[in-house]
Design a protein around this ligand. Structure first.
Ligand code: SF4
Length: 313
């Protein structure tokens, strides 16, 4: 099937000219098209921040949710209808600050969702405060003093949380980013791509030029093989990936750090208890019959009867 859509909407894209968000948006649109995923089969879920506007710009299902809560929304969507391709698109502050607990929980569940992190080290929408990935001691032009906190390493956090596909990419290398996003979507399990991107308005330290001098591709090394094809390889490949995750400075690796093809997802685990889940997930169940709810609400009355308050007249 050839899809005659470019996944663009007619909503004005109001990011600052030169922002890395443009590269990420283009790469998502290209990945959906090249994988021939229909707009009605894809769901883009965002939180709050500059990146939160992304679903408005992609011709597909989209939900612009609450700050830090994109992953819980996406989890509900995927659990209800496992046939959908669900992509979380959020900022480093949204996913690794207020949403950090949800980020860890998704890795533990290994639910088949792709998480794209716009990693620009600042809260751009609210004038450039330090986000969780800004290195300690860094002083961007929007900070009155150098940053006092240690940064989160998104790749290391994802690896230790249980994500079975972990990658890093650079927003200004759109073809490489597209290829990584396609691999993340095709992976069966929780996938994350930490996308290094400039915020041209508030981050004057980690610019496009700064990254261009430093990023190198892991997959250009013929010895690099991050894929776990047998559970016995897991610890060795995880350790190597963790070692690479901390390389940062004059050289910054991008590419796939880790891909485990052997771990089951939480939907596999649920189906072991409920075999009908695959053919009959919540999205395919009838919720009404003859205009009435199918669920017998009397059971709720039984459960909550001790909380019922009797009002005497
Ligand atoms: Fe991009 Fe920064 Fe502008 Fe937000 S404030 S749109 S992250 S350049």
């Amino acid at each position: 099937m050839v899809l005659r859509v470019d996944y663009k909407t007619d909503v004005w894209v109001d990011w600052c000219p030169g922002c890395g968000d443009f590269g990420i948006l283009t790469a998502i649109q290209k990945a959906l098209k090249e994988l021939e995923i229909s707009p009605w089969q894809a769901v883009i879920v965002s939180g709050i921040g500059c990146s939160g506007k992304t679903p408005h710009f992609i011709y597909a299902n989209g939900v612009h949710t609450l700050h830090g809560r994109a992953i819980p929304f996406a989890t509900g969507i995927k659990m209800s209808n496992p046939e959908l391709t669900v992509i979380v698109d959020g900022g480093d502050g949204d996913l690794l600050g207020i949403g950090a607990g949800h980020f860890v929980a998704l890795g533990r569940r290994n639910l088949d969702i792709t998480v794209l992190i716009h990693d620009n080290q600042v809260y751009g929408l609210t004038k450039g405060q330090a986000s969780p990935t800004l290195p300690i001691g860094a002083k961007t032009k929007s900070l009155p003093k150098p940053n006092l906190q240690e940064p989160v390493n998104p790749v290391a956090l994802a690896l230790t949380s249980g994500y079975t596909f972990v990658a890093r990419a650079f927003a200004m290398d759109i073809q490489h980013l597209t290829d990584i996003i396609k691999r993340a979507i095709e992976h069966k399990g929780a996938a994350v791509v930490d996308i290094l991107q400039p915020c041209v308005t508030y981050n004057d330290l980690y610019t496009t030029q700064w990254y261009r001098k430093r990023v190198y591709k892991l997959d250009e090394d013929p010895e690099w093989d991050p894929v776990v094809r047998n559970p016995s390889e897991r610890m060795e490949k995880l350790s190597k990936a963790l070692g690479m995750a901390w390389e940062w400075g004059d050289r910054i690796p991008v590419g796939v750090f880790y891909e485990d093809e052997t771990k089951d997802t939480i939907l596999d685990r649920i189906k072991a208890y409920i075999p009908s889940y695959k053919s009959y997930p919540p999205a395919k169940q009838n919720i009404t019959k003859g205009g009435r709810p199918v669920i017998d609400t009397s059971m709720f009355k039984e459960i909550f009867k001790e909380y019922l308050v009797k009002v005497s007249k």
